[in-house]
Design a protein around this ligand. Structure first.
Ligand SMILES: CCC(=O)NCCS(=O)(=O)O
Length: 349
């Protein structure tokens, strides 16, 4: 039994699991996404270089990754603070902030936001996708990577004493790279040592989540304490979804509010609408997976903030919960998805 056992670790310290309340398990409050810039179509060069304004908001919603300015959530701390006050008013309690090494994690900023707003914020340990790994990271052994991740949870990260309360989001590409595989193995080893929650960003292929679970399992990871993120853009066939669900991880639908015609990172994908997401949640509940579902908005670009006409951090509480209730998911099941499942996941063993 460690000092963390039975507790949840926020950027302000340990708390009791019952204090969490409604929890978004996958958001970002400060980060940069320049690693994933996607050049605009030739005819869109001018609009892509324009400052964010009313007349280009629809274009940005369709092309969020083709504007450099849009990728700098790090510049919007004041707007994010306002949004967190609104999130509290809407009944929110906690946000898991998934920014890891490679996309400008800023734990002091998260600590200040938690102090200013009263929202419990949980920071993420570990590494984002290979494209953001440094040469030094790529050369590290699994043991070294494990030591770093463990230290980010036990002692603090980025030269601070602010401790992470989850490992992740751990970034994986498709196909997965050698460096990402080592980070996954280190994640599993660190999880075994700490009894902590893990959250994974899978590559954009329906086979990616299962492959990742196998790698984690082989390295001794606890799949029942692991969230598989971004299923909304990853698995589309209900049969395949049930096969994956059967492996026992938490199933995360975390792109609520994101509706776009062309998903530039994989043009084969038809990004679902929020109504389709709710339909999938209802399907999973009907199939008996209500104890495995978690949800969020994954705010990671400026246009997703209400300041820029986006859905913000309260869209699920204000708009999606009523829709869930009208589509066969009852209040007890909603509470499991928003409160009980995140609480079980986030509590150290
Ligand atoms: C860092 C934010 C992030 O990775 N978001 C997921 C984007 S997507 O892969 O679902 O497009």
């Amino acid at each position: 039994m460690s000092a963390l056992s039975g507790k949840v670790q926020t950027v302000l310290g340990l708390i009791e699991p019952d204090q969490l309340g409604r929890t978004m398990t996958h958001e970002h409050l400060s980060m940069t996404f320049e690693c994933c810039y996607s050049p605009p179509a030739p005819g869109d060069k001018t609009v892509s270089q324009d400052h964010i304004q009313m007349k280009n908001l629809f274009w940005l919603k369709q092309n969020p990754y083709s504007s450099h300015e849009n990728l700098l959530l790090v510049q919007e701390t004041d707007a994010v603070r306002e949004e967190l006050h609104e999130y509290r008013k809407a009944g929110g309690g906690t946000i898991v902030e998934n920014t890891t090494q490679g996309i400008a994690r800023d734990l002091p900023c998260l600590k200040q936001l938690a102090k200013d707003t009263g929202v419990h914020i949980i920071g993420g340990a570990g590494y984002y996708v290979d494209a953001t790994h440094t040469e030094a990271t790529r050369k590290m052994t699994v043991e070294k990577l494990t030591d770093i991740i463990v230290s980010e949870v036990l002692h603090g990260a980025d030269g601070t004493e602010i401790r992470c309360g989850v490992i992740g989001e751990i970034g994986c590409s498709w196909p997965i790279t050698e460096s990402e595989k080592k980070v996954l193995q280190a994640t599993a080893h660190a999880q075994t040592e700490l009894g902590c929650p893990v959250i994974i960003h899978p590559g954009r292929n329906p086979r990616a989540p299962t492959e990742i679970v196998r790698i984690l399992e082989e390295a001794g990871g606890d799949i029942s304490k692991t969230v598989m993120s971004h299923l909304d853009r990853t698995i589309f066939d209900n049969g395949e979804l049930l096969e994956f669900a059967n492996l026992g991880s938490y199933l995360e639908y975390d792109l609520f509010g994101t509706e776009m015609l062309n998903y530039v990172y994989n043009l084969e994908v038809d990004m679902p609408s929020d109504s389709q997401r709710v339909k999938t949640l209802a399907f999973l509940v009907q199939e008996g997976y209500e104890d495995n579902i978690v949800i969020a908005h994954d705010v990671h670009t400026k246009n997703r903030l209400t300041k820029y006409g986006g859905h913000g951090y309260s869209h699920i509480l204000k708009n999606i919960v009523p829709k869930m209730l009208s589509r066969g998911i009852n209040q007890t099941q909603v509470d499991k998805i928003l409160i009980d499942n995140p609480k079980r996941w986030l509590t150290f063993k």
